[in-house]
Design a protein around this ligand. Structure first.
Ligand code: FES
Ligand SMILES: [Fe+2]
Length: 392
């Protein structure tokens, strides 16, 4: 039984969490609150936040349909990128800074040869970042220092993925991007949705896989007031993932569960975190109803996370009947999460860092952080199994 939750360790190179203008923790000249002259002094908070920078990881840059003939600008882990399609339609990702005079390449256009052309002096770059053409210049364009930094890309299942290779460059990925197991599979209906959370990737992943808040923040949608049913979460962590299986829960009374399974039944429920950034929620209710929500997080910057959600479901009711309810309901749930995540982030920054207290029913949080840190450091990782009791 994990009774202790380890607080995150400060990442090296973590951003300063006391931005200019943030309230001082020991204000001078604070107003006197009592006749004795006691002053209101906020509690000390350690200046750190659960922020990671991951290398050797695939992240989604955009949906395939967002990338047409014009280049687009995207930011991943604080690095601005110009994403474009070459003459064959294959996506490329270059650091969004022309090596000539540092103008954003994403403001340019794709030339007839499939190169990305800078809008300022017209230098052209291939998908690999080679400078292929310089207008008016009679020499060899591909000279030293004229390369644009490039990242490997893969387009699959409706998304363009970019590989966060180390900045020294040139390293080809050994892994492949995550595959959405039931997306567009026969018998399943799939909904894709992109949303943004103004919070760190860690907080966003934990939120996506956190059970106790569902009865409270999303009251009535999944779960309602506790029915007093004790269930068990079986937790298993391996080197690249952690999974919690919730055992013994009858179908909850919330609206979403009713849509999923009008006839009730027992719930089989898994929450998973898969490195580098995938939060997966899987429900089977009764024998005929199956729902898999894959949320792939892209860390835009330390406190902004994009969520590419792929929801695939199969149920007794026909998909066309259920689909119109799925998007608005999912967006309503997400909005409630987004508001709370943004407030949490604002407060963490205002206090100059996190100060979390946890119990063992915060089932996956510490495992998610451990896996993220392990990937960031390049550690091999370890395995752990655990059981947690909670009442729903
Ligand atoms: S700044 Fe890009 S070509 Fe000059
Ligand atoms: Fe939520």
């Amino acid at each position: 039984m994990a009774a202790e939750v380890h607080l995150p360790v400060a990442p090296t190179g973590a951003p300063s969490l006391t931005p200019t203008g943030a309230p001082s923790l020991t204000p001078t000249g604070a107003p006197s609150l009592t006749p004795e002259g006691a002053i209101l002094v906020p509690p000390q908070t350690r200046g750190r936040a659960s922020v990671v920078k991951l290398e050797r990881a695939w992240f989604i840059a955009c949906m395939s349909k967002e990338l047409r003939h014009k280049p687009i600008a995207r930011t991943i882990q604080g690095v601005p990128l110009a994403i474009f399609r070459d003459a064959r339609g294959v996506p490329g990702a270059l650091v969004d800074r022309c090596p000539h005079r540092n103008v954003p390449l994403s403001l340019g256009e794709v030339a007839s040869d499939g190169c990305l052309q800078c809008p300022y002096h017209g230098w052209r770059f291939t998908r690999d970042g080679d400078c292929a053409f310089i207008p008016s210049f009679t020499g060899e364009p591909g000279g030293k220092g004229r390369r644009a930094l490039s990242y490997p890309t893969i387009e699959q299942q409706g998304f363009v993925w970019v590989y966060a290779s180390p900045m020294s460059g040139g390293e080809m990925p050994e892994s492949r991007p995550h595959e959405f197991a039931f997306a567009d599979v026969k018998g399943y209906t799939t909904v894709r949705q992109v949303v943004q959370a103004n919070a760190s990737m860690y907080s966003t992943i934990e939120n996506a896989l956190d059970v106790p808040h569902t009865a409270f923040l999303h009251k009535g949608l999944f779960r309602s007031d506790s029915r007093g049913i004790e269930i068990t979460a079986k937790v298993s962590r391996t080197r690249d993932r952690v999974e919690a299986e919730y055992i013994g829960e009858p179908r909850p009374p919330g609206l979403i569960a009713k849509i999923l399974s009008p006839s009730g039944g027992m719930v089989t429920h898994f929450d998973r975190f898969l490195l580098p950034s995938i939060a997966q929620v899987e429900y089977r209710i009764g024998t005929e109803n199956h729902l898999l929500v894959d949320s792939v997080m892209t860390p835009v910057s330390d406190f902004v996370t994009k969520i590419y959600a792929v929801v695939s479901f199969k149920m007794r009711l026909p998909g066309w009947l259920v689909k119109p309810f799925v998007k608005p309901l999912a967006l309503r749930v997400f909005k409630q999460d987004a508001v709370i995540l943004e407030r949490q982030t604002e407060l963490i920054r205002a206090f100059g860092g996190e100060q979390f207290a946890s119990t063992e029913i915060d089932v996956l949080g510490r495992h998610i952080w451990r896996l993220l840190r392990q990937h960031e450091r390049g550690d091999a990782g370890s395995e752990e199994a655990d059981e947690v009791k909670l009442v729903v």
